[in-house]
Design a protein around this ligand. Structure first.
Ligand code: GLN
Length: 201
């Protein structure tokens, strides 16, 4: 299984290390062709305005939307979640519009602007450790969006079909639960293409 990681800025190397630890092959993505042959794509944290500008200039924005439409798994963390959200506030920003949710940038306030906390998750027994670094708040998650983990009563990890978004940084902990779940989505796509486009589930 091959996972592309947008490698413009931000903490893409930590994602690569965790995915490799779980047995996936990783590839740094900087151009539209880098995405060819990938089963999944990680949009890491960083600064979403800078990342968006890069995606638009490189023709990667359109390519990523097509990749998602063809069943490619995408996981956006923090700035990456902002890129996926349908509606972005504070300040408003256009996006890839791949997840029906509204995010408010830098909205957790000073206390947990950057902090390690934990919250409930449906992915495992016991709480999930979450590292927040000037993360956005998911103010609204659409009816088709599944909430996989919460912090302070707000969704912190969400999924809609092959798309996942976290407002925190699972790649900065030792817990591989979230990345394992993402790989299961990418694997479902591998099966899909192996069956000539028919889903095996
Ligand atoms: N605050 C950043 C933004 O709005 C996101 C921070 C992060 O990815 N750690 O783009």
């Amino acid at each position: 299984m091959k996972i592309g990681i947008l490698a413009v800025q931000g903490d893409f190397e930590a994602h690569a290390a965790m995915l490799q630890q779980l047995g996936a092959e990783t590839r740094e993505v900087r151009t539209a062709t880098d995405l060819d042959g990938c089963d999944g794509l990680v949009l890491p944290g960083g600064e979403s305005t800078t990342q968006l500008k890069f995606l638009q200039e490189e023709g990667l924005a359109d390519k990523i939307v097509k990749f998602a439409e063809h069943g490619g798994a995408i996981f956006g963390t923090c700035a990456g979640a902002i890129l996926l959200a349908k509606d972005v506030k504070h300040p408003a920003q256009v996006s890839l519009n791949l997840m029906d949710m509204t995010v408010v940038r830098n909205a957790y306030g000073r206390q947990i602007a950057s902090d390690v906390v934990s919250g409930p998750t449906v992915l495992k027994k016991g709480p999930l450790e979450m590292v927040f670094i000037r993360g956005p708040v998911i103010e609204r998650a659409g009816p088709s969006v599944k909430v996989l983990a919460e912090y302070a009563g707000k969704p912190a990890l969400v999924q809609h079909e092959n798309i996942m978004a976290a407002t925190f940084h699972p790649e900065l902990t030792d817990d591989t639960t979230v990345h394992e779940h993402f790989l299961s989505l990418a694997k479902a796509r591998v099966k899909k293409s192996a069956n000539g486009g028919k889903s095996s589930t």
